[in-house]
Design a binder for this molecule. Structure first.
Ligand SMILES: CCC/C=C/C(=O)SCCNC(=O)CCNC(=O)[C@H](O)C(C)(C)COP(=O)([O-])OP(=O)([O-])OC[C@H]1O[C@@H](n2cnc3c(N)ncnc32)[C@H](O)[C@@H]1OP(=O)([O-])[O-]
Length: 718
């Protein structure tokens, strides 16, 4: 709702009240209409102040209403009504003014912000565009180039930048409300015509076409295939070239097209699932609601390799004092230097005083950890080494200290077996670079206690990461699903495709990089090392093993052969591609003839592999593994799998995540295709459709949010 009150000085104050973010629900819109009409009709009122309850102006339109039938007054005429008011309307921007919230403020005649506030036209992140006049008013207010950037990225703009750009008229460190009331008194009675943005002309550079073309190029690089940012560019073009009323018409047309699109649905699904992941539960009845996290006042990181350094920086950035431990003086020195320079860059970038960062001390002595609340072990992926460390930690740490292991796939329970308190051992799978990537898989072993899960999830929140609780199995959720995906990519090469063909299809789908470019970037030796450890290649491989088969299943030795010949990816200048200029991947003629030799050596008839087959075999095999994960209870819900893929594996947000995508494609189609590919490749068992997929199809392919109820009938590893 919106509360109305009169205060001395002939001011009407209208307060949006719809916790937690004062979203513009049907009721709120109705109340704004009513209260603004009341204020404009009241002879005693000379100016109106519009603010939000609980220190937040407005989080925009109510996203929950998008999936229901539209009720109540629409936003556009409501904002027009405010702009047309003869009495000045001053918006008080505290906390946030996002999406429709900022559009509402743009309809006001003045905007006063608190210094901690943020504004933004965030609709594009929900697959939409600012269709309450935002695409037309913002370019008129701050010029086309700056508006184009804000509208197409949906980025959050600080109050300081907002005043610099002219989005707000004033920023204050003290009470924005008091400031606005005093200001409103000074402008009461003035004519408001010059303050109506709809009457302004957008300042536009001469080379408008090249500005817009440049924006489209950036959009294609950032989110290929996404409709909303492209529509945003078209709307801004209208603001630059058409009168306001015609621009608004264009904005509405574009919105109508986006509003019902699958992409908008997918991105709104991502918004809600990301928040739902924090509300973890386990079948034992433990949950975020009934389990209290332990406070973490001091943390430690063991190992200052790539991951350890990023984790230490993340902790420090969250204001948690850290003790960083290494085994050798040389490594400690190098780690300290790297961490300190990362922190300096961080604080410069964020304009943070050092006081905001938790202190980091460096030591070779594990005994210094006796008072830490939480330890994150981040050494190499070596089970024996990890167990040794956990055994030592058990004797030096406090009995209630939480012991976390940063592993990308090792058995948490086996690591826990080396600790005297296995219930306090939990997996924290960070993603590289750990101070940048948002995802944290919180891995729950069979003996991990609810308190350990709650504390790790709370830590994720403090680190501004998205924590997702997963069960214990090789590769957990994310990496386990990657395996069949990468394997299919190798098989496609064996059968006749080229790396650049596979990558192009995946990039057209929306991944920033195809799988072969990703492997070249992270280093082919990463997978090689783990295949050697698993005895799939290298010295542990039993003599006489067939080159293209392991345990009766198809195996591709292609990546092993590349590694053996020193092609480890970007770092060696060649991998699946050639890198003559640093980081620029070019197709390598050598690889082409190598693949031809390989095929003829193994008698493989090369064929032209179509784009559909590339996409289906890569994605459906990954999705099929997702269904198996659900069936085994390694993930609590399909939504959790989707959050993992969107926030940690570059799955395009406008495709919602693999499980959501499967549902959008149609589960019967996915099943049908998997059956077909399994029939034609019976030696690839993971193409056999999972029973969970079959079950969902048999039940009429219910929407994703209903799968959880079906999954609960199965076993759970959580
Ligand atoms: C019509 C065309 C023009 C206009 C279009 C638009 O405005 S499109 C909209 C453009 N607006 C945006 O894009 C802004 C989207 N919102 C945000 O970015 C953040 O929520 C925040 C920065 C406002 C607050 O962050 P924070 O970390 O403090 O809190 P939190 O994120 O955890 O959220 C708390 C709870 O509020 C819920 N909820 C939040 N917003 C909305 C909403 N608009 N609606 C409904 N619900 C919303 C959220 O789901 C969560 O519910 P839960 O899980 O507790 O049941």
């Amino acid at each position: 709702m919106a509360l109305y009150r009169r205060i001395p000085g002939a001011i009407a104050v209208i307060t949006l009240t719809n916790p937690p973010v004062n979203a513009l629900s049907c009721t709120v819109r109705e109340a704004i209409y009513e209260t603004v009409k009341r204020a404009t009709a009241d002879q005693e009122v000379k100016a109106i102040v519009l603010c939000g309850a609980n220190g937040k102006f407005c989080g925009g339109a109510d996203i929950k209403e998008f999936s229901r039938e539209m009720r109540g007054p629409p936003l556009v005429p409501m904002i027009d009504m405010i702009e047309e008011s003869e009495k000045p309307v001053v918006a008080v921007i505290e906390g946030v003014a996002f999406g429709g919230g900022l559009e509402l403020a743009l309809g006001c005649h003045y905007r006063i912000a608190h210094s901690g506030a943020q504004v933004g036209l965030t609709e594009v992140t929900l697959g939409l565009l600012p269709a309450a006049g935002g695409t037309q008013r913002l370019p008129r207010l701050i010029g086309v180039p700056a508006a184009l950037d804000i509208i197409t990225t949906g980025r959050h703009v600080s109050a300081q930048e907002a005043v610099r750009l002219g989005i707000v008229d004033k920023v204050t460190d003290s009470s924005a409300m008091e400031e606005a009331i005093e200001f409103a008194k000074t402008v009461a009675g003035e004519p408001m015509g010059p303050r109506r943005l709809s009457l302004w002309t957008a300042a536009c550079p001469e080379d408008l076409d090249s500005l817009l073309e440049g924006a489209l190029v950036r959009i294609r690089q950032r989110s290929r295939g996404a409709l909303a940012p492209v529509a945003c560019v078209q709307a801004v073009r209208a603001a630059a070239s058409l009168p306001f009323a015609q621009g608004m018409k264009k904005e509405q047309e574009l919105m109508a097209y986006l509003f019902t699109s699958g992409q908008a649905r997918a991105m709104q699904y991502c918004f809600f699932t990301q928040r739902a992941a924090a509300r973890w539960t386990t079948p034992s009845g433990a949950s975020w609601e009934n389990t209290k996290a332990r406070p973490v006042r001091q943390a430690a990181v063991i190992g200052l390799g790539t991951m350890g350094k990023g984790i230490a920086v993340s902790l420090s950035r969250a204001g948690i004092p850290v003790i960083a431990v290494e085994t050798e003086q040389k490594r400690l020195k190098a780690g300290r230097k790297a961490v300190n320079s990362m922190l300096t860059r961080e604080s410069q970038k964020r304009g943070l005083a050092e006081a905001h960062l938790g202190s980091i001390s460096f030591t070779l002595d594990l005994r210094k950890l006796r008072d830490t609340d939480l330890v994150i072990e981040a050494v190499f992926e070596d089970m024996a080494l990890k167990k040794q460390i956990f055994s030592k930690l058990s004797s030096v740490c406090r009995p209630d200290a939480l012991l976390c292991t940063n592993t990308s796939g090792l058995n948490i329970d086996e690591i826990a077996s080396a600790a005297s308190r296995p219930e306090l051992v939990v997996g924290t799978h960070f993603f590289a670079p750990a101070h940048v990537m948002k995802l944290l898989e919180v891995v729950c072993g069979p003996r991990t206690s609810p308190v350990a899960v709650a504390t790790a999830m709370q830590l994720a929140k403090r680190l501004e990461k998205i924590g997702v609780v997963v069960g214990n199995c090789s590769g957990f959720v994310g990496n386990r699903m990657m395996r069949p995906y990468t394997e299919q990519a190798y098989y496609l090469l064996e059968e006749g495709a080229r790396p650049e063909e596979v990558d192009l299809v995946l990039e057209e789908f929306g991944f920033a990089m195809g799988i072969f470019r990703v492997m070249d970037l992270s280093g082919l030796d990463v997978g090689w090392r783990s295949r050697k450890e698993l005895g799939l290649t290298g010295p542990k491989l039993p003599p006489g093993t067939e080159a293209r088969s392991r345990g009766g299943k198809r195996y591709s030795p292609l990546p092993d052969i590349l590694c053996e010949s020193g092609r480890l990816g970007q770092k060696t200048g060649r991998g699946w591609y050639l890198y003559e200029k640093e980081r620029v991947a070019t197709p390598d003629p050598w690889l082409q003839s190598f693949l031809e030799d390989y095929r003829s050596r193994f008698g493989i008839q090369s064929r032209r592999v179509g784009q559909d087959e590339i996409l289906e075999r890569c994605l459906y095999s990954l999705i099929n593994e997702g269904f198996r994960i659900l069936q085994e209870g390694i993930a609590a819900s399909p939504e959790d799998i989707d959050v993992i893929y969107v926030s940690g594996y570059g799955w395009p947000r406008h495709r919602g995540g693999p499980m959501f995508y499967a549902w959008m494609v149609g589960l019967p189609k996915v099943l049908d295709k998997l059956e077909h590919y399994h029939r034609t490749h019976p030696d690839i068992p993971n193409l056999a459709p999972s029973s969970m997929l079959r079950k969902l199809v048999a039940r009429g392919s219910p929407p994703v949010h209903q799968w959880r109820a079906l999954i609960q009938q199965h076993s759970s590893q959580l």
